[in-house]
Design a protein around this ligand. Sequence first.
Ligand code: ZN
Ligand code: ZN
Length: 143
Amino acid sequence: MLRGVSLRVTRPRVAVLSAVHEHPHADTDSIIGVVRDDLGDVSHQAVYDVLRALTDTGLVRRIQPTGSVARYEARVGDNHHHAVCRTCGAIADVDCAVGEAPCLTASDDAGFAIDEAEVIYWGQCQHCRNEPVRPIEIRRVHP
Ligand SMILES: [Zn+2]
Ligand SMILES: [Zn+2]
C-alpha cells in the first residue's frame, strides 16, 4: 500500500498503517501505544509525521467529530459516515446510502462542484442507552 502511493516503506510507517487498520477510529495516543508495543520506543513526533503522510496520500482518513480529538481509519474512498455517541464518544461506521461520493444531493450547491458529503449522526451508543446514567457520571464524562 505504501509503495502504491510512492511512500518509502519504513518500519514506523508499516506499524502505524497496521495499527490504523486494526483499530478503526483510534486517536493518536492509542495509535502511539499500539506502535510502541510493536516497535519499542517511537517518538510522538514520528507517529504524528507518519499519520500526516498517510492522510496526505489518502491511505488513511482523518475524522474529527466536534469535541473529539482526531481519529484515524483505513476505510477510505467509500464516503461512509459516522455515528458518534454523545455520552462516551464511541464511533461507528454508517454506510452511505448509495455507496459512492457525494451520496447526498445538496438542496442548493451554490455553484460548487460537490464531490463529497460528510455526515455525523449524533446520539447514544447501545452500551450507553442500556446503562442508566446517574448525574455524577454525566459530570465525570463532561467535566
Ligand atoms: Zn456511548
Ligand atoms: Zn469510519
